[in-house]
Design a protein around this ligand. Structure first.
Ligand SMILES: [Zn+2]
Length: 125
């Protein structure tokens, strides 16, 4: 069984929507405590210049950007999916993006065949 792991790029507007009144707090985190890939920085307090934010399949959000200390690749992971409010709003964004997605012909996405278990042999290995 495969679960779909779609990564969704979030705009600043989306982040405002998800975090609402906590938005400033989250931005403060990015400005004060991030992990820099450079061995000379590691976890550092200068923060990062955010370049992108993405929503993963757990409704957690990964921020990527440049380290304010060395300019290197820096990231910060926010477990937004653990907060019920954030989770719910992230789901709304997910749904909205699905609705806006290019239409796929119905025939390609039709419901599973009623007797698919008969014809599909289980894959071993
Ligand atoms: Zn750095």
């Amino acid at each position: 069984m495969k679960s779909e792991r779609v990564i969704i790029e979030l705009s600043d507007k989306d982040l405002h929507f998800i975090f609402a009144e906590e938005y400033a707090y989250i931005m403060e985190l990015l400005d004060s405590n991030v992990f820099c890939g450079s061995p000379t920085c590691g976890t550092q307090k200068n923060g990062m210049i955010m370049s992108s934010a993405s929503l993963n399949h757990l409704n957690d959000i990964s921020f990527e950007g440049a380290c304010k200390n060395c300019g290197g690749n820096t990231g910060r992971y926010v477990e937004a999916g653990e907060n019920a409010d954030f989770f719910e709003r992230a789901e709304l964004i997910r749904t909205r993006l699905k609705l806006n997605a290019p239409k796929i012909p119905k025939s390609k996405t039709a419901a599973p065949k009623p007797d698919s278990r008969k014809s599909d042999k289980p894959k071993i290995g």
